[in-house]
Design a binder for this molecule. Sequence first.
Ligand code: URA
Length: 237
Amino acid sequence: MERLQKVIANSGLCSRRKAEELILNGKVKVNGKIITELGVKVNIQDEIFVNGKLLPQKETKEYYLLYKPEKTISSVQDEKKRKTVVDLVPSKVRLYPVGRLDYDTTGLLLLTNDGQLTNILTHPKHNIEKIYKAKVKGIVTKEDIFKLKKGVIIENRKVEISYLKIKKINYENKNTTLYVGIVEGRNHIVKKLLASLNHEVLELKRERYAFLTLDGLKKGEYRPLTIKEVKKLYSLK
Ligand code: URA
């Protein structure tokens, strides 16, 4: 988060003093709301309009696909000083994760400084499909599958399943590995969904994000997205 006047000045539009003047005169809108105080902080996901025009962003856009390992936190910094996903992808620009994976969840996570694309990908109306591989306690039964397919209600809202497949049932150790496809982005949603059927998640890995997979990457590794992939992500709007 950075001060609004600093972000405006850094865009190259005007000096910081001029930016402060514009704010005080009601010429600056953040996410549709006119801001007239100087204390407001913003981040890349915020849409800033100055004099009715979208603020140009000076920074070049960067896009990475990370195979997130466990014991990393999906944010820019952590008050407990734990390792963040941003620490794993060195860059001159300030990167942000697109959505989040839990501390103990592994798998595909996108990082970028493109707030517009982040907004597209995280907006619920765009229904981006994410496929998770989950190892859960207990044997997943036919009834469980039926309930999942019908749609389980979590916190007053149905979780729509776009994909479901049992990979392996381990009768000896009493656990099941399955694939679950979800199009929404609520926090801890896969764990909550499976816990509601009395299956605690033991391991969780995101294997697919829209058309992107972890192919060619090992845990902790990352790669830049190709221009073609970025365009394709934009086209999901
Ligand atoms: N659902 C979860 O429960 N955890 C994640 O990390 C991602 C989706």
